[in-house]
Ligand binder design. Structure first.
Ligand SMILES: *Cc1c(COP(=O)(O)O)cnc(C)c1O
Length: 351
């Protein structure tokens, strides 16, 4: 029986996407070849790549000066590729530290320039999103993490900035409307809300590139991949194909506006139960609660194992909280149906 998959990542994908992806492994759209054994230079795969890129452009309403790339190395490689491509030695960058992933991103910058943590929520175990900070005049960019997968906080309103905003959107990309033109770089590992592990979506404002004197290794230079439409070397064809199917599915569902409405409804259902059920309580500050990763605990910790057992019996998978937070985390990405959230809520009510 198919489980209710609340895993934080790799995560749930739409059933229809999985069905098409499975079919394409056997025979890609009647080509007589599996997608796994087809040349990435074939007309078939070129069409997949072109459609994936064009759907990203359409869903985000990207202006022409933004380039869409499907790279490898995970979101984690963007932690160093961003400063490597955008900062010169001694140049200054600003970061907002909202959790494990931001902390890792900050760690990489000193290899390339200087970094200032202009705000942090570390003082309260990253349970809120900092709102008060000053962006220094001399900074090249502001980096933030829009959704904190582990702690369950999410930025609700992006700041107005004079410098380019760089955003790690790994766990909430395409879950809501954004004004993409506010950003210099957007990046997201596919495996949270877009597709399988193996590719990373990177959106770059092209005029930011080529400003550093640094020698950038060919594979790590965004310009290499822009010039070759993400096909400088063999791209991760299958993960990109599955991303394309998910992007098509998002469009069919009504685009980002529809995703946002559905995600709000699902999150409301679950947070309402957390707030009204005397046994449970939420982890993140209410105004910063994530629509994607819902973190909560049992007030009586000794009942945790019993609740996890009930979840397992109800076919609920992936709900155990990250070790740095404890308790529970229900990841309710785009593909998560309301009916599965209802199963969890019913279980909480009955517990
Ligand atoms: C999962 C995650 C990452 C790491 O992604 P990889 O693709 O595994 O490198 C980075 N940032 C955020 C916000 C994440 O959720």
């Amino acid at each position: 029986m198919k489980k209710h998959n609340f895993s934080a990542g790799p995560a749930i994908l739409p059933q229809s996407v999985l069905a098409q992806a499975a079919e394409a492994v056997k025979d890609f759209e009647g080509a007589g070849l599996s997608i796994l054994e087809m040349s990435h230079r074939s007309p078939e795969f070129s069409a997949v790549m072109a459609e994936a890129i064009s759907l990203v452009r359409e869903l985000f309403e990207l202006p022409d000066n933004y380039k869409v790339l499907f790279l490898t190395g995970g979101a984690s490689s963007q932690f160093y590729m961003v400063p490597m491509n955008l900062l010169s030695d001694g140049e200054h960058s600003s970061y907002i530290n909202t959790g494990t992933w931001s902390t890792k991103a900050i760690k990489e910058v000193s290899n390339f320039g200087t970094v200032e943590e202009i705000a942090s929520s570390k003082d309260q175990n990253f349970s809120y999103y900092p709102k008060e900070y000053t962006i220094p005049e001399n900074t090249k960019y502001l980096h933030l993490t829009s959704n904190n997968t582990i702690f369950g906080t999410q930025i609700k309103e992006f700041p107005e900035t004079k410098v380019p905003m760089i955003c790690d959107m790994s766990s909430d990309v395409f879950s809501r409307r954004i004004d993409a033109s506010k950003f210099g770089v957007i990046y997201a590992g596919a495996q949270k809300n877009l597709g399988p592990a193996g590719t990373t979506l990177v959106i770059v404002r092209e005029d930011l590139l080529g400003k550093t004197e640094r020698n950038i290794p060919t594979m790590l230079d965004y310009r290499t991949h822009i010039a070759k439409d993400s096909m400088f070397n063999t791209p991760p064809a299958y993960p990109i194909y599955v991303c394309m199917l998910t992007l098509r599915w998002i469009k069919e569902q009504g685009g980002l506006q529809a995703m946002e409405a559905k995600n709000e409804a699902k999150a409301n259902l679950l947070y309402n139960e957390i707030d009204s059920n005397p046994k449970f309580e939420g982890v993140a500050a209410k105004e910063d609660r994530s629509l994607m990763n819902v973190t909560f605990v049992l007030k009586d910790k000794s009942q945790e194992a019993a609740f996890l057992e009930k979840c397992e019996a109800a076919n609920i998978s992936g709900i155990k909280g990250h070790r740095s937070v404890g308790g529970f985390r229900a990841s309710i990405y785009n593909a998560m149906p309301m009916s599965s959230v209802q199963v969890l809520v019913d279980l909480m009510k009955a517990f």
